[in-house]
Every structure is written in C-alpha cells, then in structure tokens.
Design a protein around this ligand. Structure first.
Ligand code: FAD
Length: 473
C-alpha cells in the first residue's frame, strides 16, 4: 500500500461500512479522517438544535469506530482543508457527495482550488441510489410526477449498486485525537433538552443497523397499511440515520432485497424512492426550500398570527392529535409521517400560516431535518409542490385522530392531561358534556386549551383563499 497521505472528509456519511470515499482513500494511502462543522458556510441553513444533538453523538460514535483518530474542525471548509494539506503534505482529498445547493456550489469551488494547487480530489456517491442528474425524462427534462420518476426513471434505468464492505485495511496518518475535541464544537444545548430527546435512540452506525434489522423482523410485514398508525411498529425510524449517513440507502435497499419483495417490501422501497424524488426536486429547483414550485401560490394570502403559530409549536392548539404530534416532535426529535401530514395541513390550511414557518420549525426540531425531504414535504402538504396533495384536500384533525389512533394510545401518551377522556370525546373534547369532562379531570381553557380555530369555518376560509388563486382574483 502507498504511504502517501489522503484526507477523508466526512460530511453526511458518518459511517465506515459502504463508504465509497473512505474505501478509495484507504486504498490510496494512509488516511486522515476529518469532519468540519460547517455552520459558517451554511449561513441560514446552519444546523437546527436537534440535528446538532444527533451530530454530536454520531461524531463520538464515528470517532470510536476510527479508533480515536477523527480530526474535527469548525469554520469555512476551504481554508481548513488548505491548511491541513499544507501541514500534512496530503496528496488527495476524498468525500461523498452532498446535494444541498450551497454545498454543491462550495464543493465545486473547493475542487477547482485544490486541483489548481495540484491536490488530487475525488468525490463519490455514498448517499443516493440514483444520482439526480441521471434521472430525467426521455426529452432530458426532470420528472414532476413521483410514480413516473420512480418506476420509469429509476427502476427501469438500473438497479442500485450493492453495498461495499468496510475498507480491508485502514491506516491512519495522524495521531489519536483528544476525546474532548468533539465537545469543543459545542453542539449540545445547555438545557437538558438534548439529553431528553436523545434518550430513545442509539445514535451510532451499529444503532442504525440494529434499527434496520428490528424493523425487518417486526415492522416490514404489514408496512403498507400499518405505516399509517403512529402507535404501531411498522415504520423504520431510519430517517435520521439516513440523513447523517450512519446507514446508506444502498445498505437498506440490499437488506430489504434479502426478503421476498411482496407488497409491503415494495411499498417500503418506494418510500426510499420518495427520498430520491425529493433530492431530484432540490437538484433541479435549488430554491425549493424557499419558493413555491407552483408559481400561482406566490399570491396566496397567508395570514399572520403569532399567537396561533406559538400554540401550534407548543402543541397547545386544542386539537388533541395535532398537539400529540407536535409534542412527539419536541420530546423525541421525531414525528411519525402521518402526524407530519396532519400537523402540516393544520398549519397551512386551518391556520392559513405560510408553509415556510412550519418548515423552519421542523428544521430546528427534527433529528432527521433534511433540506430536500423537509422542503419537498412542506411543499407537498401545502399543495404548491411537485405531485403535491391538492390544496383542497384538507386533513380533518378530528377524523384523522379517530381513524389513525383509534384507541387513543398515541394521543394519550403525548397529551397526558386527556388520559382519562373516553374514546368518544378524546379527539373532540369541546363536545363532551360537563360531567364527562369533570370525570376525566379536564377543564377546557385551564387544564387543556379550547380549540384555537373552528374546523369547518377555517376549512372554508382556506378553500376561499385557494379559489381566489384559481380565479386569479
Ligand atoms: P419509513 O416509513 O420507515 O420510510 C423509510 C425511509 O424512506 C425514511 O427514513 C425516509 O428516508 C424515506 N421516506 C419515507 N417517507 C418519505 C417522504 N414522504 N419523503 C421523503 N422520504 C421519505 N423526512 C426526512 O427524512 N427529513 C425531513 O426533514 C422530513 N420532513 C418532512 C416534512 C413534512 C411536512 C412531511 C409531510 C414529511 C417530511 N419527511 C421528512 C418525510 C417523512 O415524513 C419521513 O421521512 C418519515 O416520516 C421518516 O420516518 P421513517 O424513517 O420511520 O420512515
């Protein structure tokens, strides 16, 4: 093996297995594993609070896998890389590609500068099953309809590659690092919120694989139907691991293919397809996080209402299933997909508040906050995205609770002040007779809020606003 020095720049690929850039660096020479905390380059898109908590633990775990050799730095990436190359005589820099527009532009610049000074640069695909520039319609334009994108554009093009093994030999060109270096990034918040939300997760590469195998054993069977019920074990909860690259989509894809591809497995794989679709959308529409894909929504008369926004964020809207979803987010850093749709619809339709406010809140609170998935998800629920839920499809926050949390276990868990409400009134406590409320220990407006909007009137208000767009008034 060559004795030359290679920098492996870890970003959203915090793993040793199936890591094409790490493998290539290890084959080319001795490795300096590097992570740069990039908030300065990211500007407005700096990591949210929950993401920072996850990142802290993910870095500690990666450092262990690298036998304590992970170098961490904070600041703009280019000068940090230049300094390290200078100090170590490194001959090459290796990374797996990221797809956020600011990162793509930044990486292009870094590649040009480093190449000009004679440093070898190599980027690999470690994060997507299909590169976004590979999947286009026959006429070369991007897909706007998900099913065609996935079934025709992706599946018919080629199967995803198989996962790569860990590097056979990994020799380091740097000393072991001080364990406290990661603490110095100050990713953990001062409040104990960080500890609380991290409690139910094993934030490591091994934790990701354990999650996957538990899901394949206990959750895949029945996925297609039961993924809609937040108390059932039928979703994988792999999203933060996928976002930070503690597991690759190729590893997940291959593991599912070891099972029969029945309707459940096919549906699960198609959700990974939604992830690919979001990245494709972001690649082709770099302003996806801030600009309506459907331009007619630029004239939408969003309301301003700080009190309602605050109630939504705190899970105090008076709609139990909405409040349960918002509190799950705050307490665990995760929210079940059904709830993301319910609380999202409630914000943009019943409250008529701009989807970008919800997107920003999710960005701060989700462990899996992901620029592509989050912006595509919000545009989808607001009706202004590609292949989006039509604006007039408004989730009824009472019926959604009754249908998808039929025995109320999920809602009672996150809204314990309603724990003793009978099923009949759990999702509509304002309709309960005084005696029922009294027996359940609930005083509306005191122990639990009165609803902040009228469902029917707010639905009609939203539809009127939408109609004004359609009519161009
Ligand atoms: P599973 O059902 O087990 O699915 C497996 C994987 O497929 C997920 O981990 C995820 O990577 C991918 N996936 C599933 N559903 C979607 C989807 N609709 N769009 C894109 N990828 C999907 N997902 C994020 O990863 N980060 C976000 O910031 C994010 N924000 C969202 C915001 C809104 C308003 C909405 C409606 C959805 C958002 N999603 C986001 C998509 C989806 O809700 C989550 O990916 C999913 O709930 C994660 O849970 P899971 O891993 O158990 O999913």
């Amino acid at each position: 093996m060559s004795t030359s020095t290679r920098i492996m720049w870890f970003r959203q690929d915090l793993r040793v297995g199936d890591n094409p850039a790490l493998r290539a660096a290890a084959m080319a020479g001795k490795v300096i594993p590097l992570f740069i905390q990039e908030d300065e380059d990211a500007g407005d898109l700096a990591l949210g609070g929950a993401s920072k908590v996850w990142l802290h633990h993910a870095l500690c775990s990666l450092n262990q896998s690298l036998d304590g050799h992970l170098l961490v730095r904070a600041g703009p990436a280019l000068p940090i890389l230049e300094e390290l190359i200078e100090a170590t005589n490194a001959e090459g820099v290796y990374w797996n590609r990221c797809y956020e527009p600011w990162r793509m532009a930044r990486d292009t610049e870094i590649k040009a500068v480093l190449k000009a000074r004679g440093t070898h640069c190599e980027s690999h695909n470690g994060n997507l099953l299909w590169e976004p520039w590979e999947v286009n319609k026959k006429d070369g334009t991007p897909y706007h309809v998900y099913t065609k994108f996935y079934r025709r554009g992706c599946l018919e093009a080629h199967a995803p590659r198989s996962p790569l093994p860990k590097p056979e030999e990994l020799t380091f060109a740097c000393e072991k690092q001080e364990a406290s270096a990661i603490d110095e990034l100050k990713l953990l918040p001062r409040r104990d919120w960080g500890e609380t939300i991290g409690k139910s997760w094993e934030i490591s590469e091994d934790g990701a694989h354990k999650r996957l195998s538990d899901f394949l054993e206990e959750g895949l069977h029945g996925y297609k139907d039961d993924r809609n019920y937040p108390r059932k074990p039928n979703v994988s909860r792999l999203s933060p691991y996928l976002h930070f690259g503690q597991i690759s989509p190729h590893q997940v894809w291959a593991a599912v293919h070891h099972h029969d591809i029945d309707r459940d497995a096919d549906h699960f794989l198609s959700e990974l397809g939604w992830r690919e679709f979001s990245y494709n959308l972001l690649y082709n529409n770099p302003d996806l996080p801030s600009t309506n894909l459907q331009k007619k929504f630029d004239a939408f008369p969003w309301r301003e209402d700080q009190t309602a926004l605050k109630a939504w964020k705190k899970g105090l809207t008076g709609f139990p299933v909405v409040d349960a979803g918002m509190r799950e987010l705050w307490q665990t850093g995760y929210m079940h997909n059904r709830l993301r749709m319910v609380v999202g619809s409630f914000l943009v339709k019943n409250l008529m508040l701009d989807w970008r406010l919800g997107e920003r809140h999710f960005w701060n609170c989700l462990f899996d906050a992901d620029l592509a998935n989050n912006s595509a998800g919000w545009q989808w629920i607001a009706g202004c995205g590609a292949d989006a839920a039509p604006y007039f499809r408004i989730f009824n926050p009472i019926l959604q609770g009754e249908k998808f949390d039929p025995d109320g276990t999920y809602t009672r868990h996150y809204v314990p002040e309603l724990a003793h409400m009978p099923d009949k009134f759990l999702f509509r406590p304002w309709e309960a007779p005084e005696l029922v409320l009294k027996e359940a220990g609930v005083t509306l407006g005191e122990t639990y809020p009165k609803p902040i909007v009228d469902v029917k009137a707010s639905r009609e208000r939203a539809l009127e606003a939408f109609k004004s767009l359609s009519e161009g008034t």
